[in-house]
Design a protein around this ligand. Structure first.
Ligand code: IMP
Length: 465
């Protein structure tokens, strides 16, 4: 049996905690897209684990699989595995041989291309992990795959073809002096990042370690055998629908498909297999966004990310944004950057529910909103004098949308843990009204409600496995 977890908004909806919670009954937790841009936090037994690549299920002894749709930085992979081992865990991680490898030049190019784009306000505010450049090479049929690391002759051949083109791009297009560039802010030796011999030596060694530890698989076959043997597989989406390369706010998106279709192409299983189980959308009770691009329900702004915002305005919206940001801990797991925050946006959620075919939703951060007397939800937008219930296809038009708000009573609770123990009926009436509005608008049941960071602080109404 399968269950798919998808972010409904801009990532950071608390997917890791839900994968962890529902993952109890899973045998394998598989990621199907993205790479080490996917900061996720899992709290277990008072211990906090911050991961960016390894699937969250690996914390709890599940097999963690990185599917062919992922882009894998072996340095991060082994750093995370070694870090977990030092803390007494023994993660069982498998990596698809068809997954693409993030090489150091991808990270350097991610940084310089963002700088170049920033002159025209086109930068996406990427995590700088080389995600976009790696997927570009995949689509351009010049990428290096995990399977290539296992075969030194193939690795050498791939690098000898691709590295000179990357050097030319860095030097001739972006004007970088590779030998004089030193190290990037994240400690990458720029000259070595474009040197065939240095890359070959390092990545051949990564291949040897992958082979020694028996980590590489044919993802589709591995998962099909697991399902045939009666095991449960959970697909763990990273980022969120509005960051999807096809269905998000292009070009301010990531370079993969977080929507549920990605679980098929990114693992090697068919839509009938993925669709035979629940597809659960994870919703944050308000909205947050890292990086640039429009956000019609934004409160206040973040300098450098909110288009046109210079930080000089201060008023009730900025104060509200700060309050929610502090209460919700809205700072990037990977980058530490303050996240932009805004009201819940129903057109964004209707779009997400349709694109992935949600069979249920989980609403997180409900306790965070407990600091407000009154809250608002964008029920629809007005665009050119007409009411719109979903997101327009172009980002520029989306930026022109004016939200039509509905106001909801706020809620408060002195003891969320006690409510978590008692269950749904113990929630404040105003909270239930908010959740029931969501269920009705999305025509999808609320499977669980997050009212705190720990997994015991979740009210579970339905278990998908
Ligand atoms: P990239 O994935 O690093 O190329 O970044 C592209 C966009 O996606 C940027 O706006 C990032 O801030 C955003 N992004 C990537 N990963 C995450 C995530 O895990 N949470 C939230 N935003 C993300």
């Amino acid at each position: 049996m399968t269950v798919t977890i998808v972010g409904s908004q801009f990532g950071d909806e608390g997917k890791g905690g839900i994968v962890d919670l529902y993952g109890d009954e899973a045998d394998v937790v598989a990621r199907y897209q993205g790479g080490d841009n996917a900061g996720h936090t899992v709290v277990e037994g008072g211990e906090e684990y911050k991961l960016s690549l390894v699937p969250s299920g690996a914390i709890r002894g599940k097999v963690g699989l990185l599917g062919n749709g992922c882009v894998v930085n072996p340095r991060t992979l082994f750093d995370e595995i070694d870090g977990l081992r030092e803390r007494g865990l023994d993660p069982d991680i498998r990596v698809a041989e068809r997954a693409h490898v993030i090489l150091p030049y991808h990270r350097v190019l991610d940084g310089i291309e963002e700088d170049a784009k920033s002159e025209g306000d086109l930068e996406a505010g990427t995590t700088g992990r080389g995600i976009g450049p790696t997927y570009e090479d995949k689509a351009g049929r010049r990428g290096v795959r995990i399977g290539d690391l296992l075969d030194p002759a193939v690795l050498r051949e791939r690098l000898e073809y691709v590295v000179p083109t990357k050097r030319a791009l860095a030097e001739d297009v972006f004007g970088l002096d590779l030998e004089a560039a030193g190290e990037t802010d994240s400690g990458i030796d720029v000259a070595a990042a474009f040197d065939v011999d240095a890359l070959y030596e390092e990545f051949k060694n990564h291949g040897e370690r992958l082979a020694e530890e028996g980590m590489t698989v044919d993802a589709g076959t591995y998962l099909a055998e697991s399902i045939d043997a009666g095991e449960n597989v959970m697909f763990e989406g990273a980022q969120g629908t509005s960051l999807d390369i096809d269905h998000g706010t292009y070009p301010f998106v990531t370079s993969s498909n977080p929507t549920a279709g990605g679980a098929c192409t990114g693992t090697g299983l068919g839509p009938t297999t993925v669709g035979s189980g629940d597809v659960i959308g994870i919703v944050k009770a308000y909205l947050s966004r890292v990086g640039t691009g429009p956000m019609p329900t934004e409160l206040g702004g973040v300098v450098g990310d909110t288009p046109g915002y210079d930080g000089t305005e201060t008023g009730p919206e900025e104060e509200l944004a700060t309050k929610i940001r502090e209460a919700g801990g809205e700072y990037g797991t990977v980058t530490g950057r303050p996240r932009r925050v805004g009201w819940l946006d129903m057109p964004v959620l209707r779009h997400a529910a349709r694109a992935s075919g949600f069979t249920g939703i989980v609403v997180n951060h409900v306790d965070t909103l407990g600091i407000l007397d009154e809250l608002r939800v964008a029920h629809s937008y007005t665009l050119d004098g007409e009411e719109q219930f979903t997101v327009p296809p172009t980002t520029e038009r989306w930026g022109d949308c004016e939200p039509n708000y509905r106001t909801f009573d706020g809620w408060s609770a002195s003891d969320w843990s006690a409510i978590a123990d008692e269950g749904y009926d113990a929630l404040p009436e105003a909270t239930k009204a908010y959740l029931e509005y969501l269920e009705a608008e999305l025509d999808t049941p609320v499977y669980a409600i997050g009212i705190g960071p720990g997994r015991e602080e979740t009210i579970v109404r339905h278990r998908p496995f």
